[in-house]
Write a protein that binds this ligand. Structure first.
Ligand code: SUG
Length: 435
């Protein structure tokens, strides 16, 4: 049976903005209050999806969540019409608006953790949505993301949906951004890498060890198939709020910074024991500093199998602009390793919020039969890319500032855009406001 990786990118929503909501994410804090360009952001995201699709890799998408999330405002005691709820929140709790307007569901690497069917005892694909408990604007994504995943992967004979972990920050879980899957090819039984954090001197950790262990348990991964490594506190305190900012896995390759893991030599020894044919491509700190890695998102790249053992690396344009990082990448491309193609993509609007190419996608390994069983409207082809580009150009603003959230016209525009999206892609009444 053939299994292939499908990348499900977050379609960037019409309220993409810079509100500075994420402590520990340097880009989010530094760019707080800038004017964003949601239209450019969404078109950059679609261009990246097209680039992956052009490599012959199937590409899907997860739709933007309904924003503003008026349901959250109502649960917080605001009442009346939609307009009245928003007006009261703008007057009495203005900080809430940036949270309920956040387009952060675009970073689908945080949507869930997934165990493909070769890895699970029942031979089904398992999904566990991340609770994203650390930040309010992200924690409110979880219930809607869980329903979106159920809607897209809706055949219970092949897909299993677990609930998000309970207990808030005690079981803080940030999904696939702290998870890697090692295998010889996408259809072999895999070894799963779970990376957790411990609070640093400067920044708190988001992913808890007990959460990673719970996810592995939910997937029935045996002890020989799950490795738990601690992210280095040096990386966390330098601004790597998720492990995918400092390392990435594909098949049996680990592409990593030298300071990604706590006590890295011992961590890699454990990993080698669990993944016998592991190949490690490591950037020495003397060549690429943690600061360079984090400011360019060199490791927040998509490492993709293109043909046979060959791999392509999709990187943010910022990696090309840094001489030390670009030189290292040229060395990697020419070296004796599977990476044979380097592709730079402009995802600057997302990068200014700390989201690179790898943050924007959720990897789902599916057999042909499983792909046929999912909802086909969420897989993309050239025609749909063009339709989505036109939809973005019609409905999205090219300037947005957090002060604009008090503008009632924005709410109308957002719902009109999402309504048009559901018609365009035959999604049915996907959003709460459509019921
Ligand atoms: O959770 N930024 C996101 C970026 C997530 C990146 N994902 C991965 N590394 N996989 C976050 O910090 C910024 C929102 C704001 O500041 O308005 C934000 O949520």
């Amino acid at each position: 049976m053939t299994h292939r990786e499908v990348n499900f990118d977050g379609l960037i929503g019409p309220t993409h903005n810079y509100a500075g909501l994420s402590i520990g994410n340097l880009a989010s804090s530094t760019n707080q209050g800038l004017i964003s360009n949601p239209r450019a952001a969404a078109l950059q995201g679609l261009a990246k999806m097209r680039a992956v699709h052009a490599l012959g890799i199937p590409q899907g998408f997860l739709p933007p969540l309904q924003r503003p999330d008026l349901g959250v405002l109502r649960r917080l005691g605001f009442a009346g019409s939609d307009r009245q709820c928003l007006d009261k929140a703008a007057r009495d709790a203005p900080d809430l608006l940036a949270n309920i307007y956040s387009a952060s569901s675009m970073w689908t690497a945080n949507a869930a953790t997934i165990a493909p069917s070769p890895d699970t005892p029942d031979g089904k694909v398992h999904f566990l949505p991340a609770n994203l408990a650390k930040h309010f604007h992200r924690a409110i994504e979880a219930p809607a993301t869980a329903s979106a995943l159920r809607h897209i992967f809706n055949d219970p004979s092949v897909f299993v949906h677990h609930p998000a972990l309970p207990g808030g920050v005690h079981f803080g879980d940030e999904g696939a951004a702290n998870h890697g899957r090692f295998c010889n090819d996408h259809w072999g039984r895999a070894t799963h890498l779970f990376v957790y954090g411990k609070d640093g001197a400067r920044f708190p950790a988001r992913q808890r060890l007990c959460a990673s262990e719970a996810v592995a348990r939910a997937f029935s991964l045996t002890a020989d198939r799950a490795v738990f490594l601690q992210q280095s506190t040096a990386a966390l305190d330098a601004g790597a709020f998720h492990n995918d900012v400092v390392s990435v896995v594909n098949n049996n390759v680990l592409f990593t910074h030298e300071q990604a893991f706590e006590d890295q030599p011992a961590a890699l020894t454990r990993l080698r024991a669990a993944v016998p044919d592991l190949q490690i491509i490591e950037a020495p700190a003397s060549v690429v500093s943690l600061d360079d890695a984090i400011s360019t998102y060199l490791f927040n790249s998509q490492l993709l199998t293109v043909a046979g053992d060959s791999m392509a690396l999709i990187l943010p344009a910022e990696s090309q602009e840094n001489d030390r990082v670009r030189t290292f990448l040229e060395y990697v491309e020419a070296g004796d390793n599977p990476i044979s193609q380097i592709i730079y993509q402009d995802v600057r609007e997302s990068m200014r919020n700390g989201g690179g190419p790898a943050c924007l996608r959720l990897r789902v390994v599916l057999s042909d039969a499983e792909r046929a069983a999912m909802n086909p409207h969420f897989l993309l082809d050239d025609e749909k890319f063009t339709a989505l580009e036109e939809w973005v150009s019609t409905h999205y603003r090219d300037r947005l500032h957090p002060d604009d959230f008090a503008d009632p016209a924005l709410l109308e525009e957002c719902f009109a855009a999402l309504d048009a999206l559901t018609t365009l892609l035959h999604m049915g009444a996907f959003y709460g406001f459509q019921h």
